[in-house]
Design a protein. Structure first.
Length: 290
């Protein structure tokens, strides 16, 4: 009888704990969303207000009026459209080169048997510990002797070299999940290794390929170090280098810097929102065995 009487209380306790757990999850999600969105919102607020309001204290979280002058003056005084075009070209070329090298590299790491494969995989991860700044001077000397300065191609080559290890490991995890029997069946049917890769593996690798492309795209979109070293012509700069050149000894155009940063940030955000479901599927592929 006592156990029967205690049953409703136990159910109520379980219900409250479930509600509390859900509430905590929603609260944490809301905090993460605010922390993610607020910097972009604050850039918009500051770039759409007169300069005296940007520097005022306490800051105005909600603007009383919107001023689009910084957005209109930015293309007049600085080649922002050239910078955005260069960033897009650099990101596109790096993405294509990364995919072209990642696909056969991941296939060799996952499906082929060759001596030293384990050491090579470890070496790929080890290269991620190598700082880019360590290679700036020797790479600059090399490309100067090859007459490749003032071009986006060497910058794309360096970005591809640093992005390749992580891209190979992302795609390798997906290839590891594809049953070996499918590959063997293709070989038995007379398909060569490149045919197995092209006709069997790649059609099954849509989301991971998108994930690899996004990783390469954003890595090149945020490029600064090599571009600032190898390119001095302002109309050949990517946006990261161009925006960093706006402050001078006599003027720091905060409003125009924020306007340019907002434009530079919004474009990849829109791109990511379009492909994010494929990215999640690609990055989680291979995370669970069996």
């Amino acid at each position: 009888m006592a156990a029967t009487a205690a049953l409703p209380k136990r159910r109520a306790t379980l219900r409250l704990s479930r509600v509390a757990r859900q509430g905590m999850i929603h609260a944490i999600t809301a905090l993460v969303c605010v922390a993610t969105i607020f910097p972009v919102y604050w850039m918009f607020v500051c770039s759409s207000q007169p300069l005296q309001y940007i520097l005022s204290f306490p800051p105005r979280l909600i603007p009383l009026s919107l001023d689009w002058t910084p957005f209109l003056k930015l293309p007049e005084k600085f080649p922002i459209w050239y910078w955005l075009r260069n960033s897009a070209v650099l990101a596109l070329v790096t993405t294509l080169m990364s995919l072209a090298l990642t696909i056969p590299g991941a296939f060799a790491m996952s499906s082929l048997r060759w001596r030293g494969k384990g050491f090579f995989g470890f070496f790929l991860l080890l290269t991620q510990m190598l700082p880019e700044a360590l290679l700036v001077i020797p790479v600059f000397i090399l490309f100067r002797r090859l007459h490749l300065l003032e071009k986006l191609v060497p910058v794309a080559l360096m970005d591809t070299a640093f992005l390749l290890p992580i891209c190979i490991w992302i795609l390798k995890n997906l290839f590891d999940e594809i049953p070996r029997e499918i590959l063997d069946a293709g070989l038995v049917d007379g398909c060569h290794l490149l045919g197995v890769l092209w006709y069997i593996l790649l059609p099954l690798s849509g989301p991971p390929l998108v994930a690899v492309a996004v990783v390469a795209f954003f890595g090149a979109w945020n490029e600064y170090l090599f571009a600032s070293t190898m390119i001095t012509h302002d109309k050949l700069w990517p946006t990261t280098v161009g925006l960093s050149s706006l402050p001078s000894m006599v003027d720091t155009p905060i409003d125009r810097m924020l306007a340019g940063g907002l434009v530079f940030s919004v474009l990849p955000v829109i791109f990511y929102m379009i492909v994010q479901r494929y990215v999640v599927a690609g990055l989680t592929a291979g995370a669970i065995k069996g």
